[in-house]
Design a binder for this molecule. Structure first.
Ligand SMILES: Cc1ncc(COP(=O)(O)O)c(C=O)c1O
Length: 343
């Protein structure tokens, strides 16, 4: 009944985090201010949930277009940017999907579901990308689309503008620049959008992970084609209303992102002072770090009630690596103190 290659896969595992300090999923640690909560609830209570949601979402696309400085017909909305990754992999020409390695796991996972081959190129040990070699790989493998997460997950670094621009200028397929961590990065590559270069963004990391709303910005003709593989009512009414409401109060989320960046630099310095930790600078809301015994550190933190992500894979570029999401100052102190005890 089910394809054998699907049966051979493992389902995406989300660990149980009940009662834990959750620093594993790149969420914003700050909750919504009380004064916004009641007005938000009031607006939601007025929604017509007996009706299907607005399928075209022109009002929401217009708001996002205004925020990003593009036209509404250049905006495609997805149930998280994950769903847009899926739409892209469904709609792009046949041929491999090109990715650096390591990068965000969903590009490869969804390619597998859709039986699309993946061409990957391992980053240098300092996590930098050889842009020329990447381009060569794309043409050698005849890759029809390529994903570049800028900044990259899980390494946290931003590839230099000239390298990404070089790829954007010379790649003939569809290039997707994924700016999921854009709110924490020094710059955006939004200006690189062309007829074959698309930008992917999300509200998840900014404090709305539970709403599931991501979007692509690109050439209007390309967006029209991608819209054909979007399920008609992919964004539910409550999410549409909520995002529209939160866009009216966007400064609250931007302020929180700024606080997260300040905390990231503070935690980086604290971890840099630990002899037995190699921590990598980041332009995201997480820090990647390497320790001698990642299983012991991960397990010890878990015992202390702190959940982070174990990325260790022997012989890979991520050997010994763990990833921690930036929390509130108190949460970061609790994590840093526990880490100190374990190394
Ligand atoms: C690089 C990157 N892109 C996209 C996503 C997906 O984000 P969402 O589906 O929540 O919008 C993530 C999530 O971790 C990510 O790291």
């Amino acid at each position: 009944m089910i394809r054998s290659d699907i049966r051979a896969l493992n389902a995406y595992h989300v660990p149980d985090s009940s009662g834990m300090l959750k620093l594993d999923a790149m969420e914003n640690p700050y909750s919504l201010p009380d004064e916004l909560r009641s007005e938000w609830a009031r607006r939601l209570s007025e929604s017509d949930i007996n009706r299907y949601p607005d399928a075209d979402m022109l009002p929401l696309r217009s708001r996002i277009a205004e925020l990003e400085g593009v036209q509404p017909d250049q905006v495609l909305i997805g149930n998280g940017s994950d769903e847009i990754i899926q739409m892209l992999l469904m709609a792009a020409d046949a041929g491999p999907c090109a990715v650096p390695k390591p990068t965000f796991v969903m590009y490869e996972a969804v390619s597998k579901w859709l039986r699309r081959p993946v061409a990957s190129m391992t980053l240098k040990p300092d996590f930098s990308l050889d842009a020329k070699a990447f381009l060569n790989m794309c043409s050698r493998e005849k890759a029809s689309l390529a994903f570049l997460a800028c900044p990259n997950n899980p390494t946290g670094n931003m590839w230099p503008r000239e390298d990404v621009q070089h790829i954007a200028d010379n790649y003939r397929g569809l290039l997707v620049i994924d700016e999921a961590y854009g709110p924490f990065a020094e710059e955006s590559y939004r200006d690189m959008i062309t007829r074959n270069v698309l930008l992917l963004r999300t509200f998840s990391k900014l404090g709305m992970a539970g709403l599931r709303l991501g979007y692509a910005l690109g050439d209007a003709t390309l967006i029209t084609e991608l819209n054909k593989v979007r399920l008609p009512y992919n964004i539910n009414t409550l999410t549409q209303l909520s995002v529209a409401f939160f866009l009216d109060h966007f400064a609250v989320f931007e302020e929180q992102a700024k606080k997260i960046c300040v905390e990231r630099e503070r935690l980086l310095a604290v971890m840099q002072a630990m002899d037995k930790v190699e921590v990598f600078p980041s332009q995201t809301n997480f820090l990647l770090f390497r320790v001698a015994d990642p299983a012991a550190v991960f397990g010890g933190l878990k015992q202390a009630g702190i959940l982070i992500k174990n990325l260790h894979a022997k012989g890979s570029l991520l050997e010994g690596c763990l990833r921690v999401t930036i929390g509130t100052p108190e949460e970061n102190n609790r994590f840093a103190n526990a880490l100190k005890e374990l190394i």
